[in-house]
Design a protein around this ligand. Structure first.
Ligand SMILES: NC(=O)c1ccc[n+]([C@@H]2O[C@H](COP(=O)([O-])OP(=O)(O)OC[C@H]3O[C@@H](n4cnc5c(N)ncnc54)[C@H](OP(=O)(O)O)[C@@H]3O)[C@@H](O)[C@H]2O)c1
Length: 227
């Protein structure tokens, strides 16, 4: 049976490579991005569906849930992310960039999962993958307090992942937080691995996920990461 995967932030970086690889394997890929009409690479790949989604816009999420009401979603990948300004550029008198980080990387993945719950429940896989980061690990946060906005938003995403996993355990919906590796993208020009390697390993890791993995924090190779 053909599986359906929905990917947010599908127009570049890790998200685009996910769309590329899952499409090439014959998955029904629902690629979401802010500006579908200018997403040249996505248009070339021509996934099963290409939908407009700014994850900060509730009306976009509601529209997508409605457009997809007859679909089954096997894997929801909450991939969209931003780094936010570095600490030295953040002015505490203007909390907007921090709120944006929390909105895009913590709140939106939760809202997406809630909005698409019915579609996930129809699947035999029922998998929600929140793309997190080792920077969201509190245990590994040993530096000088850099990337405050990014780290706190991903740490909050991790807590959200655990709550949702616990909440949906009985329903059999698996929710996990996944670090994709240090991947060379616009977000991380100093990344150590390519998008191609990261996504290939992520796919392999996700193909081995079972119900007992719900509520875990793992990397692209499937290794656990301390919270
Ligand atoms: N690269 C790494 O080393 C690394 C490491 C750990 C975790 N991650 C995580 O992996 C994910 C993908 O990162 P990446 O490296 O591929 O970054 P990227 O190349 O900067 O891509 C980020 C994606 O998120 C989208 N996005 C941002 N805000 C959005 C919004 N409000 N609504 C919808 N889409 C939005 C962007 O769309 P636009 O083009 O419209 O801006 C873009 O498609 C992120 O969650 C990131 O935190 C990456």
């Amino acid at each position: 049976m053909t599986k359906t995967v929905l990917i947010t932030g599908g127009n570049r970086g890790i998200g685009l490579e996910m769309v590329r690889q899952y499409s090439a394997l014959g998955y029904r890929v629902i690629a979401c991005c802010r500006n579908p009409q200018s997403a040249k690479e996505l248009l070339q790949i021509a996934p099963y569906a290409l939908l407009e989604l700014d994850v900060m816009k509730l009306e976009h999420i509601e529209r997508i849930a409605d457009q997809l009401k007859h679909e089954t979603i096997d894997i929801l990948i909450n991939n969209a992310g931003i780094t936010g300004p570095p600490n030295e550029e953040f002015n505490w008198k203007n909390p907007a960039p921090w709120l944006e980080g929390l909105h895009v990387m913590t709140l939106a993945p939760y809202i997406m999962a809630q909005a698409l719950q019915l579609q996930l429940e129809k699947s035999s896989s029922k998998l929600v993958v929140n793309i997190s980061s080792v920077y969201g690990s509190i245990a590994l946060n040993q530096g000088k307090g850099d990337y405050l906005i990014y780290r706190s938003s991903k740490a909050a995403l991790n807590a959200t992942t655990k709550c949702l996993a616990n909440h949906w355990k009985e329903k059999g919906i698996v929710v996990l937080a996944l670090h994709p590796g240090f991947v060379k993208t616009e977000m991380n020009p100093y990344g150590k691995i390519s998008v191609s390697t990261s996504v290939k390993e992520i796919r392999k890791t996700l193909s081995l996920v079972t119900k007992k993995d719900t509520g875990t924090f793992i990397d692209y190779l499937g290794n656990p990461i301390p919270w």
